[in-house]
Design a protein around this ligand. Sequence first.
Ligand code: SF4
Length: 262
Amino acid sequence: MSIWVLRGLRDGVVTTRWPARPDAYAEAWRGPARPLERGGRRTDLTGICPTGAITVTGGTVRVDQGRCILCGRCVAERPGVFAWSKGAAGPAALTREQLIIPELPETDAAVAAARARLAERTRALRRSVHVRHVDAGSDGSEEWEIQALLGPVYDLHRLGVFITASPRHADVLLVTGAGTRGMAVPLRTTYDGMPDPKVVIAVGTDAVSGGLLAGSEGTTSGVTATVPVDVFVAGSPPSPFGILNALLIAVGYLTADGKRSR
Ligand code: SF4
């Protein structure tokens, strides 16, 4: 008997049931830093973060999770002010502002408008969905997590989602990387080559904002300058569950706050 058959008999079914059922591993996944509501010394905070993710306005400390590279400096230096966020689903957002914690006052209206726009387009994508991935200057970490989605634990195909090599067959464009200038034209060409309706997901802090490379000559500080992004996934890298969550939001299976929409 082959060793793979023996392993299969020993391990049983390893495939997660998430999102239909909770998954302890997913819930324990460490996400970007977040500010605590109160406590700690709240002065001299902005110089801590290497990517400028931390701001203090009118006494309110905010973390832009779309810029957080999970370096851990804020949590280590000011544990009374910052902590790690946790959970499978996030953070995924329909607007860039939604990744700023605590949310800005104008965020609700912008999210409602983005949700309506996305729902309008994804009505046609509810059965089998094909995904094209473009690496626009990634360090490779997001690719590992996307690759994991195809393995037996996450088994992307069980949800009717398939990777395709051709933009002509793709409904969803997954983009990773800080948006290197050399990849701007290939990325835009891929987007233009996809049929409508189509959805774009920026996977990881680099794709969302450029991360540590934001403002550098060689990048466009994220991919939003090149393609219109519908779902932003923070994390450096985001977990496979985070990417899966964004895919399910993109096709209308989940709402942005993790609830099933059908
Ligand atoms: S973990 Fe690092 S990158 Fe993230 S907010 Fe804290 S200092 Fe900034």
